[in-house]
Design a binder for this molecule. Structure first.
Ligand SMILES: Nc1ncnc2c1ncn2[C@@H]1O[C@H](COP(=O)(O)OP(=O)(O)OP(=O)(O)O)[C@@H](O)[C@H]1O
Length: 649
């Protein structure tokens, strides 16, 4: 629908398809012209109209003309509301400025002076003005200031628009690790009025071609090390698709053979940023991790991205001019909004193509990193870094973790090294971070293990999310705050996605009853904190008892020989299912199946302890999540434990 709306806007107002608007407001006149207000239900004559009219400075105070009577419903042209939205985006030189009368006894208005569509583009505009000479992007020997970065983004936007015909609402796809171009595209693509779609760098050509087709990308930027995948994806797309293929552009460290640098070098000198016509215009299209199913295309708006950026920056205590180390992939929920967040605070982005624990410690020492992020696997990597790779931290380093349940033992271990962990939880559907485990100062005095257990809880919604709750999905009643009753986590608010791309049915289903249904199962503690127990798909039901795989994993993680653990259901003829643990041991460590099982039985009710333990590497998504569906398939293939045992007898 939004695509249809966008093309209708283009037809109605050709100015938006070419140069964009300049946000200048020069002409105010006495002529009053009314537009239909999309917020006014014309079929309901009792609804109080809020009128859009031309502002006239000559109207004496309190004497704005009374609004016209509502037109008959049939007379409202379908395009009227589109005209309304587009007219709010600012006026060109010589055009009229429109004002919405909000009323408050006919004294309040919405106009360019007091309303602009919220957009993260404004963060880089401000960063260039305030922090212009300060470093924005560091990558190897490369350094760009904020003034340079803003200029480069604008030139890329100009080149995309003028050389490749990228128009408002077009999708620009990117397959790249965290190199400077990937950072800049988070601003350049929205500046061109287009929608940024970043792909998971671990996808194979088949998946990339499916996503290219689904997204309808017009331009496809691929980092040089991923060119084989990119080219193979385009080849597959060409074989299965009659539509025009996206233009392929390369991103390379070798600036001489880099299409991206060519865009920067050969862009037109002048380009007006295409600010969103409406703050709900899409800014990005993010495919989910595909942990439980085929990735879904989640649409973010400028408004949601703006709000979630501010909320994330606040939740994570990012004050002015931080140094941020890029260990969260920018392709995942737009790097948890922090390409925009670091600009908001005029910080320095330390970009990395790949990293190990050694690279992390080295970068922290070299650049004075103050903030970084990472899934619990990254924390685990830090906690288990070989002594030769470790370096003392130059100061406190704040690490935001999320994306998967952080085992308390891992939280404990990284905090021992001097990191300060912030635990956030969210989904692609909530622009990444949606809750934060808000830390209470009185908890500092608790024993370390208790602190880690408290920090492993997911907490409360952040300030931009209206509400988070744990509900019975059938009755929609809230679960009691008893730390035991399990329900589904649900969200509502301004940082819930606009919807699934091209899938209105799935969008409506996901938001049934006025809440976003997450599929995550949780309890609420007496202090109100939410604690995740499992994904609905991952819970194990054994002899009628629900077993939280997260709880069993936390215990296995606390075994000194264990590096990683994941627990899934193994079908069982007698119990229905039994817990089956997949375990990866630390280098040089050893443990047997019987040892792990008895370790768990000493710390958990016996029915929760795994009945099977398999020692092997974990299959992972590139966002560091264990692919439990792969492990479930393996456990299923093992067959019923009870049957095997009884046949042995
Ligand atoms: N802090 C956290 N603690 C526990 N689980 C978390 C945390 N953060 C995220 N998650 C898990 O990650 C999920 C969101 O992941 P994401 O949106 O990246 O895609 P996915 O759900 O893994 O993929 P798909 O929906 O395609 O299966 C949440 O629903 C939750 O299960």
């Amino acid at each position: 629908m939004r695509a249809a709306a966008a093309s209708a806007i283009r037809r109605l107002l050709p100015r938006y398809s070419t140069s964009g608007s300049s946000l200048s407001h020069s002409h105010l006149d006495n002529q009053t012209r009314y537009y239909f207000n999309p917020h006014w239900d014309y079929s309901n004559r009792l609804a109080r109209p809020r009128t859009l009219l031309n502002f006239s400075p000559c109207h004496p105070r309190g004497s704005l003309p009374s609004p016209p009577p509502p037109p008959p419903a049939a007379a409202v042209p379908a395009a009227a509301s589109l005209l309304f939205f587009s007219s709010l985006s600012g006026t060109e030189e010589g055009e009229e400025e429109e004002v919405v009368v909000l009323d408050m006894e006919a004294g309040t208005v919405r106009c360019a002076a007091n309303h602009a569509p919220l957009s993260p583009i404004s963060f880089i505009e401000r960063a260039a003005a305030v922090y212009g000479a300060r470093p924005a992007v560091v990558y190897g020997d490369r350094r760009h200031t904020w003034a340079e970065t803003r200029g480069r983004c604008l030139r890329v936007a100009a080149a995309l628009a003028t050389r490749f015909g990228v128009a408002r609402g077009d999708v620009v796809a990117v397959l790249s690790p965290n190199v400077p171009a990937m950072y800049e595209l988070h601003f350049a693509v929205p500046m061109a009025g287009a929608v940024l779609c970043t792909f998971n760098t671990r996808h194979d050509a088949a998946m990339v071609s499916v996503l290219l087709k689904h997204s309808g990308a017009k331009v496809f930027l691929v980092e040089s090390n991923l060119l084989d995948v990119g080219r193979a994806a385009l080849k597959r797309l060409g074989e299965s698709n009659s539509a025009a293929l996206p233009v392929l552009l390369t991103i390379s460290d070798d600036t001489d053979s880099d299409d991206y640098e060519d865009l920067v070098r050969n862009a037109p000198d002048r380009f007006d940023i295409r600010w969103p016509a409406d703050e709900l215009d899409p800014i990005s299209l993010n495919y989910t991790s595909g942990t439980t199913s085929r990735p879904k295309g989640v649409v973010y708006s400028h408004r949601g991205a703006y709000l979630n950026t501010i909320a994330t920056v606040l939740a994570y205590d990012i004050t002015a001019m931080p140094t941020y180390l890029w260990t969260v992939p920018m392709f995942h929920c737009n790097g948890w909004n922090l390409p925009w967040g670091v600009a908001m605070q005029g910080g320095t982005n330390v970009c990395l193509r790949h990293f190990t624990a050694g690279v992390i410690f080295d970068s922290i020492a070299r650049h004075g990193v103050t903030h970084m992020g990472g899934a619990p696997t990254v924390l685990n990597m830090i906690a288990n870094a070989p002594p030769a790779d470790r370096m003392p931290l130059p100061g406190p380093v704040r690490v935001m973790t999320g994306g998967a349940p952080p085992p308390p033992r891992v939280l404990f271990a990284v905090e021992e090294l001097g990191f300060v962990v912030y635990h956030i939880y969210g989904l692609t559907e909530t622009y990444g971070p949606a809750t934060v485990c808000t830390w209470m100062p009185e908890w500092d005095a608790l024993p370390a293990e208790h602190r880690a257990r408290l920090k492993a809880r997911q907490g409360f919604h952040h300030i931009a999310m209206q509400d988070a709750d744990v509900k019975n999905p059938t009755t929609m009643e809230c679960v009691p705050h008893d730390g035991e009753t399990v329900g589904e986590v649900m969200f509502r608010g301004n940082t819930v996605m606009s919807g699934y791309y091209k899938d209105l049915k799935a969008t409506k289903e996901s938001m049934a009853g006025g809440w976003l249904h997450t599929g995550d199962l949780a309890v609420r503690h007496p202090d109100g904190y939410i604690e995740l127990k499992d994904r609905a798909k991952d819970i194990i039901i054994s002899g009628g008892e629900n077993i939280s795989s997260i709880e069993v994993e936390s215990v296995i993680f606390s075994h000194p020989a264990v590096l990683e653990a994941a627990v899934v259901a193994r079908p069982d003829d007698h119990w229905g299912e039994t817990p089956c643990a997949f375990v990866k041991l630390k280098d040089g460590a050893s443990a047997t199946e019987a040892e792990i099982i008895s370790f768990c039985r000493e710390r958990l009710p016996h029915y929760m302890a795994p009945k099977t333990v398999v020692f092997e590497d974990m299959p992972k998504t590139s966002t560091g999540k264990t692919q439990k569906f792969v492990l479930r398939d393996k456990a299923r293939a093992m067959g019923s434990l009870t049957k095997i045992a009884s046949s042995k007898m």
